[in-house]
Design a protein. Structure first.
Length: 316
């Protein structure tokens, strides 16, 4: 089995001072979204796999993994982890940014060490550490490839994810690149919620309203599935390029096989939850310093390097 290389860049030497000491008994809660789409399914897989690995490696460590189907459910779970399970460490990938900020801040105020993963909170003082993919890079890499592939001209539509800090970062970076190409017109940008069914509906709307669409930035491989389905059903031949993102095995395979409209993808592996759990556990068990911010770079996947990122037995 091939594993996706994860190059980690630490942007700060030390986390905020609280919690940087060894724990006799670490009880770590891991709060993540339920497997509502492929990428989230990968997160659940990696979280449970890493729980087993960490508890075997550190007999004094207890890891409790909770999944939530909504922001409100996750907020309640976070409270229960602190009051019922008596956690002293929390690794959380928020379902949404704004609704989880206050609940996480409350848990941190009780002395719980908090590592936030992927979807940043709206107030960074609610966390001790942050681990994520390179979201501005995710948008920038996709936009640069798209602009070049389009020859610097044409019409683009965007499918955004769930309203979160990371979605804003991705879209802002994408738009910043497109502004340097005045002959490329972004026709619209709507939320597809990182969901193939929602994306299908959004793309149907785009295809009805716009008679010429040259390229689609789906900003997620699951959404790209819905986008392609809508294009195929409408029998539209004007769309020459669809770029998703996250590096799912299905879309990497499309790139490898020379799919007619999917010629590239961008990495954003759900295994970042495993990185965050391992880094946090090591810091808490050993009393070692953890970087305040850790960013995992986004890499462009093309036919030249796709085999390097293809993991056929992965759940995502």
């Amino acid at each position: 089995m091939k594993f996706i290389p994860r190059i980690v860049i630490a942007l700060a030497a030390l986390a905020a001072g609280t919690g940087a000491f060894a724990q006799d008994k670490v009880v770590m809660g891991v709060s993540i979204p339920a497997a509502t789409h492929g990428w989230a399914g990968g997160v659940v897989y990696w979280a449970n796999r890493t729980k087993a690995e960490l508890e075997k490696a550190h007999p004094g460590l207890q890891v409790i993994v909770k999944t939530a189907g909504s922001a409100s459910e996750q907020a309640n779970q976070v409270q229960d982890l602190q009051t019922v399970n008596k956690i002293n460490t929390l690794v959380i990938l928020p379902f949404e940014s704004a609704p989880l900020t206050q609940p996480v801040a409350q848990v941190k105020s009780k002395g719980v060490y908090v590592t936030v993963v992927d979807r940043g909170l709206t107030d960074t003082s609610a966390q001790n550490a942050y681990v994520a993919g390179d979201n501005p890079g995710f948008g920038k890499v996709a936009a640069e490839y798209m602009a070049k592939a389009m020859g610097g001209k044409g019409n683009v539509v965007i499918l955004r994810g769930i309203p979160t800090v990371i979605d804003n970062q991705r879209v802002d970076a994408f738009n910043a690149v497109m502004k340097t190409h005045p002959d490329i017109k972004v026709l619209d940008a709507k939320h597809g919620n990182w969901n193939r069914d929602d994306a299908f509906k959004v793309m149907q709307d785009y295809l009805t309203r716009f008679k010429q669409i040259d390229a689609v930035w789906a900003s997620d491989d699951d959404m790209a599935v819905g986008v392609q389905k809508a294009i195929e059903q409408a029998r539209r031949s004007d769309v020459k390029l669809v770029i998703g993102g996250a590096g799912s095995k299905d879309y990497i395979k499309k790139v490898m096989d020379g799919d007619k409209i999917v010629s590239a993808d961008v990495t954003y592996s759900p295994s970042m939850i495993a990185d965050a759990m391992k880094m946090t556990a090591e810091a808490r068990v050993k009393g070692a310093a953890m970087p305040a911010t850790t960013i995992i770079p986004s890499v462009l996947i093309t036919k030249d390097n796709a085999a390097k990122y293809y993991v056929p037995d992965s759940p995502f």
